[in-house]
Ligand binder design. Structure first.
Ligand code: URA
Length: 254
């Protein structure tokens, strides 16, 4: 079991790793890696699709029109950004806002799973088709599953997945706003439920202790001779001291 402070520090390490990611070709066209932002110990996490132009410039998720609607819907159920963590399936903007490609989704998935493991949300609201299909691990579209919570295991964590339409859909189809509002209205009740039961931790068989060797007169191998003794006064090695500190504000972390 780790404390919230330890999980937060590990989340910053994942951010640091993701911020220079070159695992897929989106790294060649993006301006900024949009890791996600919000409360590192949130009970509620939102997962959208991918950064758009505003997010690519600003480095934070949902800061355009869809983000403003998301803020409004949150406010209507008594929540604000500082209460939740917002991430995306892809951390980099697809050129021209095209749909994420299956290989990009597969390559980026590990970052999302690590975010879920470290934030430990009780509920994950998937926004739209891409995050819903990915996190439910099922091709059923958002129209058929929205508003219906289900428990799924992501990585090593059981979480309530709650699919809702992407807020951008309501920008184009205003009648969608009523559906979004009705689904958002379920959130306080879902957050009040006990967290889902977690899968059993892996149990390792204890390794039997080895019998001590009979002394055979041969000199022991001195493997440790090659290990340089640690000098507590020595300056940190260059590589370690070059790691830039993570600015919580840059990460948008509360
Ligand atoms: N749409 C998304 O899915 N994510 C963002 O961050 C912004 C718009």
């Amino acid at each position: 079991m780790s404390t919230a402070a330890e999980r937060r520090e590990r989340l910053k390490e994942v951010w640091r790793e993701a911020s220079t990611c070159t695992l897929c070709a989106l790294s060649e066209t993006r301006q900024t890696v949009v890791f996600g932002a919000g409360n590192a110990d949130a009970d509620l996490m939102f997962v959208g699709e991918a950064p758009g132009a505003n997010e690519d410039r600003g480095g934070l998720p949902f800061i355009g029109q869809a983000g403003r609607l998301l803020d409004k819907l949150l406010q209507e159920v008594g929540l604000e950004r500082a209460d939740v963590f917002i991430a995306n399936v892809l951390k980099c903007r697809p050129p021209g806002n095209r749909d994420p490609r299956p290989t990009e989704i597969a390559t980026c998935r590990d970052y999302l799973h690590r975010q879920v493991e470290l934030i430990e949300p009780k509920v994950i609201c998937t926004l739209g088709n891409f995050s819903t299909k990915l996190l439910r691990d099922d091709p059923t579209g958002i129209s058929r599953v929205h508003g219906q919570p289900e428990v799924h295991v992501l990585g090593r964590r059981a979480v309530r997945i709650f699919p809702i339409f992407h807020p951008a859909a309501a920008l184009y189809t205003p009648s969608m706003l009523d559906t979004l509002r009705a689904d958002f209205a379920q959130l306080p009740g879902l957050l009040a439920l006990d967290p889902p039961e977690q899968p059993a931790a892996e149990v390792f068989e204890p390794v039997p202790e080895a019998e001590p060797d009979e002394p055979d007169g041969a000199p022991e191998e001195v493997a440790s001779e090659e290990v340089a003794p640690v000098d507590p006064q020595a300056p940190e090695d260059a590589a370690a001291s070059e790691v830039a500190p993570v600015d919580d504000r840059q990460l948008g972390l509360f």
